[in-house]
Design a protein around this ligand. Structure first.
Ligand code: C2E
Ligand code: CA
Ligand code: CA
Length: 261
């Protein structure tokens, strides 16, 4: 416990300098559509390349960034970098991909930050309909009324919105009709329960079916086995992300992968 606290203090201190020192990198995990067997999108996943400690994953530093008022500048860096990476002229292979970007709950409420997101998207000239902003279910349900307003103003930019980690927290299907929302991403623990093709998982089956009924895209995360692929396909869920297909890779590896398919 003491070690853990010390580690956090030390990381928080380093985090202050990490943006200035350009220690962050983005990896991209392809999203595949089983119907076309093509890569149709990619999710940007942030990593911290710490000079002494090596690669640090977001679950270990995003909460610290949130506690230290660093999540807004970090979020701006992520958006700017992703939009820059996906500029049409730079990498034509990426032109048809949907781009997913994770937003922290704190990024929703701030007016200055909202204007920044809006400006960056306009300047980038990327069709906003290609950009999917992912917000976790937990951050949405922390304050339903406020978040609905904030999601609506994001939607007004023309971007797509996805509820991330769907099924973990307070998921109330009745709220789903209220939120502006284009997709849900089913959380990894749900997918892990799929042990074989014919397994009986009524909640998972129900979520997929209701979401489709509501006209939402359903993306299954953390798909690792053929049995999971088979089960999801049987349920009509064709958008998948997971180690079974691709791990998160660098931008240049993403381009190579797209060009090779
Ligand atoms: P997430 O958005 O739910 O992203 C999915 C996580 O599952 C990623 O972990 C990904 O590497 C991992 N994953 C992908 N396929 C598999 C698989 O087949 N099996 C397993 N076990 N895991 C798989 P990662 O990259 O460590 O990111 C963790 C979380 O950190 C993300 O969860 C997201 O909530 C957050 N995050 C990542 N990048 C950003 C960012 O730029 N901004 C913010 N605010 N949060 C971010
Ligand atoms: Ca996500
Ligand atoms: Ca997730």
């Amino acid at each position: 416990m003491k070690d853990d606290t010390l580690r956090k203090v030390s990381l928080s201190r380093d985090l202050q300098h990490a943006l200035d020192n350009r220690e962050f990198i983005l990896e991209y995990q392809p999203v595949v559509d089983l119907n076309s067997t093509q890569i149709v999108g990619a999710e940007a996943l942030l990593r911290w390349q710490h000079p002494q400690k090596g690669k640090i994953y977001p679950n270990d530093f995003i909460p610290l960034a949130e506690d230290n008022n660093l999540i807004l500048p970090l979020g701006e860096w992520v958006l700017e970098t992703v939009l820059d990476n996906f500029q049409g002229e730079a990498h034509p292979a990426l032109n048809d991909l949907k781009i997913s970007i994770n937003l922290s709950g704190q990024q929703l409420g701030d007016d200055h930050h909202f204007r920044n997101i809006s400006n960056q998207i306009k300047i980038s000239k990327i069709d906003p309909a290609r950009i999917q902003l992912e917000i976790t279910e937990t951050s949405i349900f922390e304050n339903v009324g406020q978040t609905t307003h904030e999601l609506k103003r994001l939607e007004s930019l023309g971007v797509k919105l996805a509820i991330d980690d769907f099924g973990t927290g307070y998921s109330s299907l009745s709220y789903m009709e209220q939120f502006p929302n284009d997709a849900i991403k089913i959380d990894i623990p749900f997918i892990k329960r799929i042990k074989h093709r014919k397994i009986h998982l009524p909640i998972l089956k129900g979520i997929i079916s209701i979401a489709h009924e509501m006209g939402l895209d359903v993306i299954a995360e953390g798909v690792e086995t053929q049995a999971q692929v088979d089960y999801l396909q049987d349920q009509g869920c064709n958008l998948m992300q997971g180690y079974y297909f691709y791990k998160p890779v660098s931008l240049s590896e993403l381009i190579e992968t797209i060009e090779a398919q």
